[in-house]
Design a protein around this ligand. Structure first.
Ligand code: HAM
Length: 432
């Protein structure tokens, strides 16, 4: 008997990662193009950082959830490094490194590939892309207005409307003031924020346990719970009765008035249950959700006025958000706004006289001349029957076919067929 061959199972992609075949790349490029277009229209400039950083950039800054999800490792020089789970600490580091030499405020964007060791679930992967738009050096809500307007215009640009998504807005500042009012000490606040952010995920009972671990009694927990139900400025006003004119509330009022004046009223709402999982937020926070609320957040962000100084820089205010590619593509797909057709080529050169084999030099040099003129051109690499060549042209989304070797065409002219209209005519090379 011949020795049994040892058959290896094919190697799969690691859990939570994706392959991008050309049809997936088309979708990816569609998202990136839409993102870049809005960033450009709003005057943001693109930047990029390294895909791995020193571990300490994240520990203690981003909050426990992200740190639990870090891909970290030691390099050969025994340094502790981590694949970036988000870009905000990198941005803060980069701005800090420039010190006073940047003219503030700056408006920057980036589309990094990020890594998080997440539990595999719909809308959350271990490797994904995330548009980041940030404004550094603006301490008024002009920054929030700019960013929230950009989110809305961007999603509208993809074909979504106010029936499809909403920007849910709250304020860490107001929440912090409310916690002060309830007598919750400053050092307990981070743990309370984490509990609040996890509330929807872990359920009421576990949430209450987390609060009682922080020494928060039932009465206070009930008041927090009630605060969380606010869905309008009026709701908040009634909940914060007895508080002395909270600054967080004035800011929210101002922001909503401005957004309404800009015609964004249908796209935004108050939702005090939005806390954000990341530790560094200090002011307005927001998350974008699909209206069906079947999906995870499409985007999230807010103001983080202390991150730069906590990383050793100057005390410079900052606001920004991140929008992932996974949920957005899911949402667009569900609304019939994908897939995206292959970008069409201008011409396909079909050789009427071709047999199997190398393309003729005449055909190759016509392709070359047309490409020099900026036209996108393809032809069959293997030759073969005309029918086969035309099928290939169709697959490639070509708009026009030029026939070479047709005895009807005078020298220097080609028979051309428009594949969309079916129209056929004779054209000279200079017209192409
Ligand atoms: P984040 O809420 O962690 O914020 O992420 C923002 C968005 O990135 C999410 O709403 C989601 O669309 C996407 N996202 C997050 N994790 C995953 C995942 N595992 N798979 C797929 N998509 C994901 C931040 O990262 C902040 N650094 C954003 C920011 C920028 N804040 C200020 N500036």
């Amino acid at each position: 008997m011949p020795p049994q061959e040892h058959i290896q199972p094919p190697v799969q992609t690691p859990k939570g990662t994706r392959d991008f075949y050309p049809e997936d790349m088309r979708i990816q490029n569609h998202l990136f193009d839409g993102w870049r277009k809005t960033c450009h229209a709003f005057g943001y400039e693109e930047y990029e950082g390294p895909t791995f950083e020193h571990l300490e950039l994240y520990v203690g800054k981003s909050g426990p959830e992200i740190v639990e999800q870090l891909y970290h490792f030691k390099d050969k020089g025994d340094r502790d490094l981590a694949l970036r789970p988000e870009l905000t600490p990198t941005l803060a580091r980069m701005v800090n490194q420039k010190g006073n030499s940047l003219r503030l405020p700056i408006k920057w964007f980036s589309i990094p590939r990020l890594f998080r060791y997440e539990r595999a679930q719909r809308g959350r992967l271990r490797e994904f892309f995330q548009l980041n738009m940030d404004i550094i050096g603006c301490d008024t809500i002009a920054a929030e207005v700019d960013l929230i307007s950009a989110v809305i215009e961007m999603l509208k640009g993809f074909g979504l409307g106010s029936n499809d998504f909403a920007v849910r807005i709250s304020s860490r500042k107001l929440l912090s003031e409310f916690l002060d009012h309830l007598g919750i000490e400053a050092e307990k606040k981070p743990a309370v924020y984490t509990a609040l952010d996890k509330r929807a995920k872990i359920g009421e009972e576990k949430f209450r346990v987390l609060l009682s671990e922080q020494g928060i009694n039932t009465e206070t927990a009930n008041r927090l719970e009630a605060f969380f139900q606010c869905r309008s400025i009026e709701d908040i006003v009634s909940r914060v009765e007895g508080m002395n004119d909270p600054a967080g509330l004035s800011e929210l009022k101002e922001l909503f008035a401005l957004l309404a004046q800009l015609g964004h009223g249908d796209f935004v709402c108050i939702d005090t249950s939005v806390v954000r999982g990341l530790a560094y937020y200090t002011g307005i926070v927001f998350e974008v959700f699909d209206k069906g609320q079947n999906l995870r957040a499409i985007a999230g962000g807010g103001r983080y006025d202390s991150l730069l100084s906590s990383l050793g820089g100057l005390a410079i205010p900052a606001v920004g958000f991140g929008m992932g590619d996974v949920v957005l593509a899911d949402l667009l797909n569900g609304k019939g706004l994908l897939p995206i057709k292959r970008q069409g080529l201008d011409y396909y050169l079909a050789d009427v006289a071709s047999s199997e084999g190398l393309p003729r030099t005449e055909l190759l040099s016509l392709a070359q001349r047309l490409r020099v003129k900026g036209r996108a051109v393809s032809y069959s690499l293997n030759g073969g029957k005309l029918k086969k060549q035309l099928a290939e042209a169709n697959d490639q989304g070509v708009s026009r076919v030029l026939f070479l070797g047709s005895d009807r065409a005078p020298a220097g002219s080609y028979e051309m067929k428009d594949l969309t209209s079916g129209e056929q005519k004779m054209v000279g090379e200079e017209e192409l």
